[in-house]
Write a protein that binds this ligand. Structure first.
Ligand SMILES: [Zn+2]
Length: 96
């Protein structure tokens, strides 16, 4: 026997960019498209017990990625084993 009831369920309607505040779903016209910066720091880290989630629109995501690429380039400037191609594909796992 089925005993039916109605439940209220929370669903993500939109995701706003944590940097610029723009809607990542075009105001609800399509599923949210966003990038995430996440961290959960544990024992032995300086931020033990802290958890971070930053949601980024496409523009802010690639702006952050460009900044990280620049930082990586600066950190490895004198690394003889560094290859230019690695920086171009930094973070890219699957290409569309
Ligand atoms: Zn943004």
């Amino acid at each position: 026997m089925k005993i039916m009831t109605q439940k209220v369920v929370d669903a993500v309607e939109d995701m706003r960019c944590d940097v610029c505040g723009v809607s990542t779903s075009g105001g609800g016209e399509r599923p949210p498209q966003f990038g995430e910066l996440r961290a959960e720091w544990g024992y032995g880290s300086r931020h033990d017990g802290e958890r971070y989630e930053v949601h980024l629109c496409e523009g802010c995501f690639f702006s952050a990625l460009a900044t990280l690429k620049e930082e990586r380039r600066a950190c490895r400037m004198f690394d003889e084993n560094e290859q230019d191609g690695e920086t171009a594909e930094f973070g890219l796992v699957v290409s569309g």
